[in-house]
Write a protein that binds this ligand. Structure first.
Ligand code: SF4
Ligand code: SF4
Length: 83
């Protein structure tokens, strides 16, 4: 299972990718973020779903473990930037 400590930094840096433009409230923060949590968690877009994105877009190219490692590197980069 992907380890997420709910820091919320991924949802506060949407301006780093055009893929999340529709969710960006204008300053890189998601319009659905409340505190550090997603207010539409059960209905969040596919792009916000780590495991489902893997199955749909990445499973042909890497193992799930490799995919988690890539994602966790991005989490770490965001945390280092913010903290
Ligand atoms: S940056 Fe990573 S650890 Fe933090 S909330 Fe997002 S997915 Fe979870
Ligand atoms: S929809 Fe939810 S999980 Fe996706 S970026 Fe916004 S707050 Fe984060």
């Amino acid at each position: 299972m992907f380890e997420c400590d709910k820091c919320g930094y991924c949802c506060k840096n949407l301006d780093k990718s055009f893929l999340y433009a529709e969710l960006d409230r204008g300053d890189g923060v998601c319009r659905y973020l409340e505190g550090n949590l997603c207010s539409i968690y059960n209905k969040r877009p596919l792009l916000c779903r780590v495991d489902e994105c893997y199955e749909k877009y990445f499973s042909e190219y890497m193992t799930l473990e490799e995919y988690y490692i890539v994602n966790q590197k991005i989490c770490k980069t965001l945390k280092n930037k913010e903290e």
